[in-house]
Design a protein around this ligand. Sequence first.
Ligand code: CDP
Length: 209
Amino acid sequence: MKKIIAVDGPAGAGKSTVSKIVAARLGYTYIDTGSMYRAVALKVLLTGKNVDDAIKDVDIKLDANGKIFLDGRDVTKEIRTPEVSRGASDVAKFGVVREKLTQLQREMAAQGKVIMDGRDIGTQVLPDADLKIFLTASVEERARRRFLELKEKNFAADFEQIKKEISLRDKQDSERKIAPLAQAEDAVLLDSTKLTIEEVVAEILRLAA
Ligand code: CDP
């Protein structure tokens, strides 16, 4: 059984949904690295500090129930707004932020039996992962999923607006200089546009065995 699984891909491809299920089936820990970038963005938005200062003394913890704590406060729900999504992609360009979070992520993965998702896990954070997945889907389908997700949480959602924001974030994430969104050479490409969640899960479990 593969001990360390890295899942990368663009927004809305289904990384967190399938990674959570795979983790539960294998008895692994799921680590959502996007939530860590979101927490840093929230700190910047709430405190008005510049990124260098905000990252210096930041305290980010993920618990076993998938909750995230920023400086001791539960921000699990607060980090899911579109404003924080944009902010996350902005702070993710900074080398100081990436260095700090990458180090934290490596420490979290050190005990093994983890599935970690993000943008640069297979390329930068865990280049020696036992299994690397690059999960993608068409921008139309990803926008549709994000739209339904936001509506379910009772956030105001406009499909065209979401599609625009996802495309912008894709561009920003793939074109940034440090650790851009990219498929690792040894990653398996999975296009989930026409696959159900269960089909993607089954494929990852097959590859992990
Ligand atoms: O859930 P969604 O796919 O919308 O985004 P996320 O995974 O929560 O990540 C939010 C943002 O954090 C992304 O748009 C990236 O800019 C950044 N990120 C990153 O740079 N590196 C990672 N390993 C994870 C996220």
